[in-house]
Design a binder for this molecule. Sequence first.
Ligand code: FAD
Length: 444
Amino acid sequence: MAQSARVAVIGAGVAGLAAARELHREGHHVVVLEKRHSLGGTWLYDSRVDSDPLSLDPARDVVGTSLYHSLRTNLPRQLMGFLDYPFAKRPHEDQRTFPGHEEVLRFLNEFADEFRLRELIRFCTEVVRVERAERRNDAWVVESRNHGSDSAVVVREVYDAVVVCNGHFTEPQLAEVPGIEKWCEYQIHSHNYCTPKSFMGQVVVLIGLGPSAFDISREVATVAKEVHITTRAPNVTVGKSDNHENIWLHKMIEFVYEDGKVVFQDGSSVHADTIFYCTGYKYHFPFIETNGIVTIDDDNRVGPLYKHVFPPHLAPWLSFIGMPKQDTPFLTTELQSKWLAHVLSGKVLLPTEEEMMSDVENYYHHMEETGVPKSFTHVLPPNEIEYRNWLLAQVEMPPLKEWRGRMYRECVKFAKAKLDGYRDQWDDDYWDAVIASQEVNHLA
Ligand code: FAD
């Protein structure tokens, strides 16, 4: 007979909502603890920013998310739905294939209403500590504070299982910049960027070449005097951008000086007003106490995690949903959650602790042998299709249709090739026909 567990899900973003739905469907008793006033996580835009523009102060109040005001998705909406609940276009709403962030939030709210997830969520409730119960090895004590009432009061509750869905786009990762300790001009991380207006007339040096760096550099260039993008990526064509009068590409920063001078490794230099870090984020679980069983190392590897979800020694009572990077998070968190829900109800058995550990070690070994840096531990591509189909196989569901993997790869390639305006050059008719030919119920 299926077992039912009392489960605490931490966070009501995409991962927490996906986990709550699957766990609830499977008959578990679910409580979602969310520190903000509403659901959506990253997609719940807030124009307030941290008091410290680099977010270095551990005591700072993290108020906003890492979205900026003008953000449109960097994936087509077809890749941002759930298997049985696609992110469909609706009349009178944002109809674009790469919609604005408000449309994603609307979708998530509708998803929560459709599956009655809102009633499982305790808003304004921040989890401050999670640790194993002293007397029961398979139980967890979860301590939380309610920001709506007396936030000094810590509530202690015991759960059978804890599912960590706190996201990984909040704790900035900074690049090392030689000479920065004497730098007197402004510095900011993209986590604290909302609009370009404060960069009016400035010379901005922006570090990074990912999707946020791409969008933000273009937007800042509309008001700044100059934008100098610097990257450690090999094979960059150094020099002025073909499409923009005031954007340059450089190799990494060699040194920065007190008077605002920035020297690049390609030999050029500028006097800058701002260093802007679009250098990504770190995993961060300040509330979990596992006595060193789960660690985050300097390369941002969280481990050991079997298939990015279960720490073998604590499985299945502690799990992490949404760890993978550079992927389609909606679908992956949904599939991870299905697997988790089935494991907790005893319908799917995990391998032994030793077997899971050995799987993790083999994975690390394979990365090392093939020259994949440790910082790529949770980057799914190029194995994302294999990973997702593996998860599906655990719950006896058929593999994904071929269009999903192909669309993701085409989108990454297309964005790189078309650069500016790629979102509005996507061939909707072509992809609609591809999906219709493969899916019985094509709704998107
Ligand atoms: P989050 O959305 O971060 O949610 C985590 C939740 O946990 C939050 O609500 C937070 O308040 C809560 N929480 C954290 N700590 C605690 C605590 N201690 N107690 C209680 N609650 C807590 N993905 C796409 O699919 N398409 C895109 O186009 C796309 N663009 C992106 C652009 C940017 C700039 C960024 C930063 C991300 C983008 N992503 C995109 C990835 C995006 O983060 C995922 O789509 C998704 O939001 C991840 O959901 P999550 O639930 O894992 O994390």
